[in-house]
Design a binder for this molecule. Structure first.
Ligand SMILES: [Zn+2]
Length: 205
């Protein structure tokens, strides 16, 4: 079973234009992401909300995941996604970045950039390949609103990207709802048929 270590931002001082913090909304993203991973049988371990980066790296390295995934949002007023990696030409990292880009670009219409960064603590110190995702900019009002309005879809896109990366066909729990409704409707129809038959039988001859 594939394994991912999930490391959402612990930056409580970074204020989002929507009113919360980078730490809060990255954990919201992680909540949705973990639900989709669970449904798709991808094992994960998630960092505690305020856990230090040192502790996360230690736990990730002990867990030995296939991917160490960091969830962040950027500052500086821009409008783009940036995927940071130790090497953007590494074939596995690039494959995963391409999977994320493919799914995210269906929802998010700004640029999705790949950037080499060897200095970030988690990128530098995790044994697993690290995908450090700056989803968009939390200090750009339009981006912040977009994030909060689409956080579930953005997380779902990332879960799909992981499935594509691992060669798993994505099981969409949201798509199961109409099927359930359809089953209930059929059961009601069958029940009505029985009631009609009973009524016919009960009618005086
Ligand atoms: Zn926010």
């Amino acid at each position: 079973m594939p394994k991912i270590y999930i490391s959402p931002s612990n930056q409580t001082a970074n204020i989002c234009k929507y009113g919360d913090t980078e730490c809060q909304h990255c954990n919201l993203f992680a909540d949705y992401l973990c639900e989709y991973l669970m449904v798709n049988n991808i094992e994960y371990k998630r960092a505690e909300i305020l856990e230090t980066l040192e502790s996360r790296v230690k736990k990730s390295n002990a867990y030995k995941p296939d991917i160490h995934y960091c969830i962040h949002t950027n500052a500086g007023g821009g409008a783009r996604s940036v995927l940071f990696g130790y090497s953007t030409t590494d074939s596995k990292w690039k494959k995963l970045a391409d999977c994320i880009k493919e799914e995210r670009s269906k929802i998010y219409k700004s640029e999705i950039r790949y950037t080499k960064k060897t200095s970030f603590y988690e990128i530098k110190n995790t044994s697993a390949k690290c995908m450090y995702d700056e989803v968009l900019f939390h200090d750009n009002e339009r981006e912040a609103i977009f994030f909060h309005q689409n956080v579930k879809e953005l997380a779902k896109g990332t879960a799909k990207a992981f499935c594509n990366y691992f060669g798993i066909s994505f099981n969409d729990p949201d798509a199961a709802a109409p099927n359930e409704l359809e089953k209930i409707r059929k059961r009601l129809e069958a029940a009505n048929d029985i009631i009609t038959k009973i009524k016919i039988l009960a009618e005086p001859v």
